[in-house]
Design a protein around this ligand. Structure first.
Ligand code: PSV
Ligand code: MN
Ligand code: MN
Length: 430
């Protein structure tokens, strides 16, 4: 097995930076104290923060034009777990992995659970896949899965989701995430209402198979692979489906799945208000579902989303507790580095939102002082909370500078030796 990141190396590298970190942390602590914020309380919250890593994200992504495999890519779910353990060793905020079936091929789930336990990893939401046909599949998903006009194709898709629940039980997961590629490419190709009725009928059968302590997360996406219409194209259809199914069904927000310029943070607020916010797939984008690294382009949007999430936390909103996950495609970077960076970027948004002066914000809102409302948010956003993130990692045994430690560890080069011929990421993208 590829070695984890040596704790000794982490300690050695941390020792070089600890003195500077202490100075920066004290300076930030003094600044925050002037605002009546106790820095250690914020750091404790940062230490609690967790975001799941997608199993498919540990391999190099690609486009429909090309994929350029990296060195030593994981060849199976066991190797993806090894990489996930490394990400968590360094970041100390990614102890959960979200699998995707059947991309992740597993014969023995008991063995897989033992492996994840040994690596101190847990399982997040189970992702089903009915957006492509598998080898030898009897009834195709070419014209849809859960909404297909063919009952045989629908039954196959339903059964796959029920199987995913069983896999999840073995892994001690509590959530099933359903994203389907169902839709149409031509006006008139599909009867909108008929297709949505078939989808709901299928989803009801999946919902009926959910254990009582599970949630079913519905992921919407505006376009792709269908380019004219998509069955769950936006949060409207999403919440309608979730409401129709029942309290265990909630909506999942993937940041790249909206029309350009849509106010995602307001969608988040609406979903929170109606107890329908199930979870997130974090990524960033410029044009569409780009799946770029979280916060690499729109860190303020990410912060504004966390402003809503922290507001719900602050108000102790009933039924609030979404799953956080990354869903990215790493085409030109080492996926481990991107995932470590992105986890920290999302954690940063959380921490920045924690230092928003909510009492003042409410006062300004009630007084209709638009400028000061905006300034209150900007003040938190522009405060550099890096020392808090670094201290949280240090206190949990992670790396102050995770990318530097990772590069020094030589993990990727070693993976290249131990994983020969690793040309594929098992994600089905070629
Ligand atoms: C679809 O674009 C999506 O965001 C869904 O979450 C899929 O399961 C995932 O990407 C796969 O990459
Ligand atoms: Mn997604
Ligand atoms: Mn996507």
């Amino acid at each position: 097995m590829t070695k984890r990141i040596d704790k000794g190396l982490i300690a050695e590298e941390n020792a070089k930076l600890e003195g500077f970190l202490k100075q920066d942390y004290e300076a930030l602590g003094a600044k925050l104290a002037r605002e009546n914020i106790n820095i250690d309380e914020i750091t404790a919250k940062a230490e609690e923060f967790q975001i799941a890593v997608p199993s498919w994200g540990t391999g190099t992504g690609g486009t429909r034009f090309a994929r350029f495999p990296g060195i030593g890519e994981p060849r199976n779910i066991w190797e993806k777990l090894e990489d996930s353990a490394v990400i968590n060793d360094l970041s100390q905020c990614t102890e959960r992995v979200s699998p995707h079936f059947p991309w992740d091929k597993v014969d023995d789930f008991k063995e897989l659970k033992q492996t994840s336990d040994a690596l101190d990893l847990k399982w997040d939401s189970i992702n089903s896949n009915t957006f492509q046909d598998q080898a030898g599949q009897e009834h195709s998903f070419k014209y849809g899965s859960l909404s297909n006009t063919s009952a045989e194709s629908r039954d196959l898709a339903i059964q796959h989701n029920l199987d995913c629940i069983e896999y999840g039980k073995a892994l001690d997961s509590k959530t099933l995430t359903v994203w389907v590629g169902d839709g149409s490419n031509h006006p008139g190709q599909q009867h909108f209402q008929g297709a949505f009725e078939r989808y709901l009928e299928s989803m009801k059968k999946i919902y009926a198979g959910l254990p009582s302590d599970w949630e079913l997360h519905i992921e919407h996406k505006m376009f792709e692979p269908a380019f004219y219409s998509t069955i769950i194209q936006d949060w409207g259809s999403n919440i309608l489906a979730a409401m129709e199914l029942g309290p265990q069904a909630k909506s999942l927000v993937d940041l790249g799945h909206h029309a350009p310029n849509v106010n995602i943070e307001m969608i988040v607020s609406r979903l929170i208000q109606f107890k329908k916010l199930g979870g997130f797939h974090f990524n960033d984008s410029k044009y569409g579902d780009d799946d770029l690294d979280s916060g690499s382009l729109h860190p303020y949007q990410q912060f504004l989303i966390f402003n809503e999430l922290v507001d719900a936390e602050y108000r102790k909103q009933e039924g609030f507790g979404p799953n956080y996950m990354l869903d990215q495609s790493h085409n030109v970077t080492d996926p481990i580095e991107s995932l470590v960076n992105s986890a920290a970027s999302v954690q940063r948004s959380y921490v920045s939102a924690l230092i928003v002066d909510r009492e003042k914000l409410t006062e300004y809102q009630n007084a209709n002082d638009a400028l000061m409302c905006s300034n209150t948010l900007k003040k938190a956003f522009t405060t550099d909370v890096s020392p808090i993130l670094e201290m949280a990692r240090l206190r949990k045994g992670g790396a102050i500078d995770p990318i530097a430690v990772y590069r020094k560890s030589g993990y990727r080069a070693q993976a290249g030796v131990e994983r020969p011929n690793s040309g594929g990421n098992g994600s089905g993208i070629v």
